[in-house]
Write a protein that binds this ligand. Structure first.
Ligand code: NDP
Length: 395
């Protein structure tokens, strides 16, 4: 039985709290903390009503290491689940190190002033975590997260060597708004409007935003335009999948989303630097976030499905083989279970499963790890039990 401190009461945080409460034979004590106590209070009531479980709540500014340390010392969790924003990864990792507490997150560190994410600064904690005999599990969402585990599973059971990987992410859901993002708008728009990048023959190749497009037929959804983006799981997979020659990441976007994004970019609304407005300083993309629908309110109006998976090609027993492994998640089903749409659901469920692997000792280590470094089998079993069943097909 493990005590958990969940930091971040947003869209994904809500699913994590539900799933942790559903697994009360693994998680004994649950505390939810966030920047604003009132966000936690809503979920506290929801969990009491739905599962008759009482969770503790607390207010914390996760940008401040001393506040985090004080909270961790008070709560004494076995694992801290960072479900706040990528900006807080390093402060929360630092507080976990100071208090010798295990750490988990779903997205890699990003500095607010630079729209660039990489593992360098988090991997740099490896030796200090090892010396402190604690574990950090990085990227335990869907992508990164399940996509890393899918690759490890294919590697273990279906290939001698994987040469090509395409990660394919489709949200076929419709929320009825002209424009909204399915997770934090600031983080989402920074990612999508940046240059693309993929890895081939040992080198990273940069592309313009949306420069490379293909059409993929997503099971249970249909054919969708899919655009090459840079995505963080590629950085660790190129290190850990032996024999890899190329890895790419594609995400679907409708024409309306892309047109809105281009207009917003053209008028300067995606700027991440400060501008002077009526005597005060504002960051346009942060102001835009205030105007856009909050992703955690999309659940009740979103219909349709997501399909996220991995296509891998390589060699087994001297023969060329190709497999497609994916999960389909229904927005309305996700909402019925957790009051959240499928993008939050597909992120929050694997965050809980990652914590369950750590709590039950199925994934153990001292240092900083990515998901594909552990045995994928117990995690894959849990996906089937916890609402994200998967399918593997030979192509
Ligand atoms: P939200 O914006 O909905 O939630 C973020 C939460 O963090 C909010 O409750 C916010 O508090 C809280 N927060 C922000 N800053 C601080 C702070 N300084 N101190 C304490 N709490 C803070 O985001 P999402 O739930 O959509 O996303 C959560 C994370 O999940 C992000 O890191 C995102 O990148 C990641 N993600 C990962 C995916 C994956 O597949 N791996 C997919 C989708 C998302 P407040 O309510 O007060 O603003």
């Amino acid at each position: 039985m493990a005590g958990v401190l969940i930091i971040g009461a947003g869209g994904v945080g809500r699913v994590v709290v539900h799933k942790v409460a559903q697994n009360s034979d693994t998680f004994s004590k649950i505390t939810l903390a966030s920047r604003r106590l009132e966000s936690c209070k809503i979920y506290q009531d929801e969990i009491k009503q739905k599962y008759d479980i009482y969770i503790d709540i607390a207010e914390v500014d996760a940008n401040k290491v001393d506040e985090l340390v004080a909270l961790i010392e008070k709560v004494k969790p076995d694992i801290v689940l960072n479900i706040a924003l990528p900006y807080q990864d390093l402060t929360i990792m630092e507080a976990c190190l100071k208090t010798k507490t295990h750490y988990l997150d779903t997205a890699n560190y990003e500095h607010p002033d630079t729209a660039k994410f990489e593992y360098k600064e988090q991997w740099a904690y490896h030796d200090r975590y090892k010396d402190a005999k604690i574990m950090a599990l990085l990227g335990s969402g869907f992508d990164p997260g399940v996509t890393n585990v899918f690759c490890a599973y294919l590697q273990k059971h279906y290939f001698d060597e994987i040469h090509y990987i395409d990660i394919l992410d489709c949200n076929g859901g419709d929320h009825g708004y002209p424009f909204a993002t399915n997770f934090n708008p600031e983080i989402n728009l920074r990612e999508v409007s940046s240059n693309g990048r993929y890895w081939e023959d040992g080198k990273w190749i940069e592309t313009k935003p949306m420069e490379i497009k293909m059409v993929w037929n997503y099971p249970q959804i249909g054919k969708k335009d899919s655009y090459l983006l840079y995505h963080e799981e590629m950085e660790s997979l190129v290190k850990h999948i032996k024999g890899l020659k190329r890895i790419r990441f594609f995400m679907t976007f409708g024409e309306s989303y892309l047109t809105h994004m281009k207009c917003l970019e053209n008028v300067g609304m995606l700027r991440i630097d400060e501008v002077e407005h009526n005597g005060c300083k504002i960051v346009p993309i942060q102001f835009l976030k205030t105007l856009l629908p909050d992703p955690k309110t999309l659940g009740e109006r979103t219909k349709g499905k997501t399909n996220i998976g991995v296509v891998a090609k390589g060699i087994k027993d001297g023969k060329e083989v190709s497999y497609y492994i994916y999960n389909v998640c229904d927005h309305e089903e996700a909402y019925k279970e957790t009051n959240s749409q499928a993008v939050s659901y597909t992120t929050g469920v694997p965050a809980m499963i990652g914590a369950k692997m750590m709590a039950e000792g199925k994934w153990q280590g001292e240092g900083v790890f990515n998901m594909e470094e552990f045995d994928p089998d117990p995690f894959m079993d849990e996906l089937n039990k916890q609402g994200l069943p998967w399918v593997v097909k030979e192509l």
